[in-house]
Design a protein around this ligand. Structure first.
Ligand SMILES: [Fe+2]
Length: 179
C-alpha cells in the first residue's frame, strides 16, 4: 500500500501538534508495512496497540489545549476523537478474532486522519492562533489564579512537555474548569 506523507497542507501551525500528527502518520504507515511485509500477527498486534496508545495520548493533548483556550467546538471535536478510538478498537477486536487488516482499513485510517486534521483540527488551531495575537481582555482579580494555572498548562502544552494519559483527561478537564 502506498504510504502517506505529512505535508504543509495539513499543518495546524502549532509545531508540537504538527510533530504529533507526523508521528501518528508514522504509526499508520508502520501498520501498513507490518502487514505488507508479512511480519506476522504479533508484530501487527504490537504496532496496532502502539497506534491506539499514541492516538489516545495525542487526542488528550489536543483536548487539553482546546480547554486551556476555551475553544467552543470542544464537544463536537471530542465526538470525532471518540469515534476514531472506537473504530480502532473495533479493528483490533476484528484482527484478534482472525480477520486480516486489509487495504480498506488503511484507506479508512488515512482518510479519516487527513479529513480530521483539515476539517476539524485546523479550526481549533486557527482559533488558538487568533487568540494568541489578540490582546488579552481585562480580567477581574478572582480570575487571576485560574488564569495563571491555565497559562502554566498552555506553556507546557506549547513546549510539548505536558504529558497526560487519555484516561486522566476527564479529571484534568474538571481541575482546569473549576480552577
Ligand atoms: Fe483532533
Amino acid at each position: 500500500m502506498a504510504l502517506i506523507v505529512w505535508d504543509e497542507t495539513i499543518s495546524v501551525h502549532i509545531p508540537h501538534i504538527d510533530q504529533q500528527h507526523q508521528e501518528l502518520i508514522g504509526w499508520i504507515n508502520n501498520l501498513s508495512e507490518a502487514i505488507d511485509n508479512g511480519e506476522g500477527e504479533l508484530a501487527v498486534e504490537r504496532v496496532l496497540q502502539k497506534l491506539i496508545d499514541y492516538v489516545a495520548e495525542h487526542f488528550a493533548q489536543e483536548e487539553l489545549l482546546m480547554i486551556s483556550y476555551d475553544f467552543p467546538g470542544l464537544g463536537k471535536h471530542r465526538k470525532e476523537h471518540n469515534y476514531f478510538v472506537q473504530r480502532l478498537k473495533e479493528i483490533q477486536a476484528e484482527f484478534r478474532s482472525g480477520l486480516p487488516i486489509g487495504q480498506n482499513t488503511y484507506i479508512f485510517l488515512t482518510d479519516w486522519l487527513i479529513c480530521h486534521i483539515k476539517g476539524t483540527d485546523q479550526k481549533y488551531s486557527g482559533f488558538i492562533l487568533k487568540q494568541s495575537v489578540e490582546p488579552e481582555p481585562d480580567i477581574s482579580a478572582e480570575d487571576e489564579a485560574r488564569r495563571a494555572k491555565i497559562e502554566a498548562i498552555r506553556e507546557q502544552l506549547a513546549s510539548g512537555s505536558y504529558l497526560i494519559s487519555g484516561k486522566d483527561v476527564a479529571g484534568k478537564i474538571l481541575d482546569v474548569i473549576k480552577g
